[in-house]
Design a protein around this ligand. Sequence first.
Ligand code: HEM
Ligand code: HEM
Length: 183
Amino acid sequence: MTNVSASTAAAEYSTAQKWLHWLHAALILTLIPVGIIMSNSDPSPTVNAMYELHKSFGMTVFVLAVIRVAYRVARGAPAYADELPAVQRMAANAVHHLLYALIVVTPILGFVGTSMCCKPVNLFWTVPVPFGFDGSEATTKLVFTLHKTAAITMAVLVIGHIGAALFHGFVRRDGILRRMLPG
Ligand code: HEM
Ligand code: HEM
């Protein structure tokens, strides 16, 4: 993959990068608990609506993720200050790469599994996605297990990511949190 390390030149995160980041954060932090609740609930009109919203906002995350990765590759990100220890720089780069991969792969797995069991997959109850995949019951189950694994991995990384952001913002006060804030 093209270099998406934080050393790629850019004076600061652009407004679009910041808004895409916070939009993704809001969507993903909602999709994960909704996914867990709906999968562990008995069918009802409310649970059906949760499924529909989870799938539709999940596909929205995928479209935004493709735009975000392309934009990131084209534009880069601001370099870290020299004082930031190399090990923290490497950890941040590794987590950011993994998060970028997971915001693309997790919705793909959700879509593939859903289209195998129940196509067409509709966007917000209306527009049917005009393609899908076929798979046996066992394959569908495997794809959903991978979807769950990817989502849980993302949740764990995001917890570490939030912890690091708050540490930089309120303990080290080194401007790393501020550079992702709007304005
Ligand atoms: C669930 C969702 C989240 C995802 C998928 C996510 C993903 C990412 C990624 C991929 C980057 C790297 C940006 C780049 O260099 O191109 C990033 C940066 C950042 N994120 Fe998140 N993030 C999430 C939630 C949060 C939350 C809730 C916070 C704050 C509490 C936060 C704070 C930050 C900060 C401060 C940066 C800038 C770090 C730096 O400049 O190196 N993120 N995030
Ligand atoms: C970043 C986007 C997404 C995240 C973070 C996410 C997260 C999750 C989580 C945490 C679960 C619960 C897994 C479990 O406890 O078994 C789940 C289940 C599910 N997701 Fe997603 N999801 C995303 C996108 C999608 C998309 C795009 C679709 C379909 C178009 C989808 C369809 C489903 C379905 C059908 C289930 C229930 C699976 C089952 O009953 O075994 N998800 N998702």
